[in-house]
Design a protein around this ligand. Structure first.
Ligand SMILES: NC(=O)c1ccc[n+]([C@@H]2O[C@H](COP(=O)([O-])OP(=O)(O)OC[C@H]3O[C@@H](n4cnc5c(N)ncnc54)[C@H](OP(=O)(O)O)[C@@H]3O)[C@@H](O)[C@H]2O)c1
Length: 325
């Protein structure tokens, strides 16, 4: 098969589109012919290298996979060759695309228990925008964050994968959503997609703007997976008793903090990691019913993975970038 292979960790020049042995499904696994594979910021971290998370090289990343079943391993029941599927990339043996060989390739083998049937009205490209972003947002907002209707939620990085998923789930739950992003164009798209208020944080102080938009009461819930210098300002945008949710740190994992906000406002900081099979399956069902509408701004052929990852690093996309083999 052909695959976009990371030969060694570093820059995009280390990604080589080349031949790779066809994987054979082991007992309990299926082989999927990849129709589309969505990019996540994780793919960049895997390629650059993450302190404390060694990845064996050469490696194929990509955890957001949609395709059709191409072969069945021994003992697989309930699935047939030709079935349209997507999947939960978190397996019992590690994460597909981070610890196990991923889907930025023509073929990938995955445990059958991780599969989610793909309804006919959800395209491969749309499906490749769902599992990680919507699964993560679903767990973070509802399981960890207990987001309720009528609450005011601020989402930073709202134009990206987890961000847009948070905006859409927030609206689905009946919350008032303040979506913050880095350009006016992204803010306009977020308004079109239903955000109640938007903030271009390249132009204005988002904590002050969100405070004003909340009627000077502060936001009930803040979604902050950016970290870095957005960390303390996001406390400032919270109401007394508010919840700050985090699942990542795109701009830096060791930000300065200001403990005064934590006790004076009695804030809760809630970490959220990963997602369950149910988070992914529910997200696919919401896409099929139209309750959420994943947005794919760019589709690239697999041999252009380096170009696509550069676009992600430069923040030149909206929602999701999807690769097709
Ligand atoms: N714990 C988990 O299970 C889990 C699961 C999924 C993702 N994550 C984490 O969540 C974060 C978001 O992931 P994602 O895949 O949604 O990323 P993404 O699609 O690249 O979106 C991130 C967004 O954050 C904004 N941003 C602000 N500062 C940035 C910076 N310095 N560099 C890049 N983007 C910046 C960008 O929007 P603007 O240009 O509009 O500012 C960008 O669109 C990552 O840190 C990822 O590792 C964690």
């Amino acid at each position: 098969m052909k695959a976009a292979v990371i030969e060694q960790q570093g820059g995009v020049e280390n990604i080589v589109y080349r031949d790779w042995d066809d994987p054979e499904p082991r007992p309990g696994e299926v082989r999927v012919s990849v129709g589309a594979c969505g990019l996540n910021h994780l793919d960049i971290f895997v390629r650059r290298g993450m302190p404390g998370f060694p990845v064996p090289m050469p490696f194929i990343s990509g955890g957001d996979i949609a395709g059709t079943i191409d072969a069945l391993g021994d003992g697989v029941a309930g699935w047939s060759v030709g079935d349209r599927v997507t999947m939960n990339p978190q397996t019992d043996h590690g994460m597909i695309g981070e610890e196990l060989i991923g889907g930025l390739a023509e073929l990938v083998c995955v445990p059958a228990i991780n599969l989610v049937a793909l309804p006919d009205n959800v395209s491969m490209e749309t499906a490749a925008a769902i599992p990680i972003n919507y699964g993560t947002a679903h767990r973070m907002l509802f399981e960890r964050g207990r987001l309720a209707a009528e609450e005011i939620m601020l989402v930073l990085g709202a134009s990206g994968g987890v961000g847009l998923a948070s905006v859409q789930f927030g609206k689905m739950a009946g919350a008032t959503v303040i979506a913050a992003a880095g350009t006016q164009e992204k803010c306009d798209r977020l308004s079109e997609l239903g955000a109640d208020h938007v903030i271009n944080y390249a132009e204005e102080d988002f904590s002050r703007a969100a405070w004003m938009m909340s009627g000077k009461k502060g936001c009930d819930v803040i979604v902050n997976f950016t970290g870095g210098d957005t960390w303390v300002p996001s406390f400032r945008a919270a109401r007394p008793g508010g919840r700050v949710l985090t699942c990542g740190a795109t701009a830096g994992h060791d930000p300065q903090t200001d403990l005064r906000f934590l006790w004076v406002r009695e804030l809760d900081i809630l970490g959220s990691n990963s997602y369950s099979q149910e988070d992914v399956a529910k997200s696919v069902a919401y896409a099929a019913s139209g309750d959420i509408a994943p947005v794919v701004s760019h589709t690239f052929p697999l041999e252009k993975l380096g170009e696509a990852e550069t676009l992600m690093e430069e923040r030149g996309f909206f929602g999701k970038i999807v690769m097709t083999p």
